[in-house]
Design a protein around this ligand. Sequence first.
Ligand code: 0O2
Length: 205
Amino acid sequence: MTDDIYGKYRPALKAVLADIAARIEAYNEQEKAKNGEMAYEHLIYRIKSSDSMAEKCRRKGLPETSQSALLNIKDAIGIRIVCRFVDDIYLNVRYIKAMAGCRIVQEKDYIKHVKPNGYRSYHMILEFTEPYEDAAGANPGHFFAEIQIRTIAMDSWASLEHQMKYKHDVKNTDIIERELKRCADELAACDVSMQTIRNLICSEQ
Ligand code: 0O2
């Protein structure tokens, strides 16, 4: 595919992503100045590539148009917040839910409701009202973003599991899946211990 599926909306998409990321980064700076501790360890973000979005449209039986990419599919903008501790995930969730011009469309807590393969993460689909024309012709427009929030341990597990899923020549998938699940549960136990140690240290200060 040579055409950009986002067409004339790409500049708006980039501006919306930059605005959301700047607000989350400002929150981190604020928390650091207030408590001496960051709200999260790092932040990554991207606009889903035009090819991946076109493939997702095909997979969902949608026409490969800007309207499908920006109105029906809601993860053109993807943001991932990686935290040190599990409690920090919920602090970030609270901050994001209170952001001006933001409406929650969907929330999935894969930390309390772990996926059978061991995947853990907090997911939100949000709708932001921003001063740009959207794919339905409204201005101010509505733009969707998917935010994933997880610990460093959950993040490293997810990237390993993702790598395995997309490698088609992997042998012994049963053993690998079982080991990955065991590893996810061990990492989750470590996340609980790390949180407990942190709480103990903080209560002594
Ligand atoms: P990419 O390339 O990461 O963006 P959807 O398919 O988005 O319409 P779904 O599957 O119900 O709807 O959404 P969900 O469960 O919120 O998952 C969306 C994203 O979370 C995925 O994006 C992955 O990034 C991540 N994710 C969900 N489950 C798993 C998992 O079991 N393992 C790993 N490693 N990541 C997971 P995409 O679109 O698959 O791809």
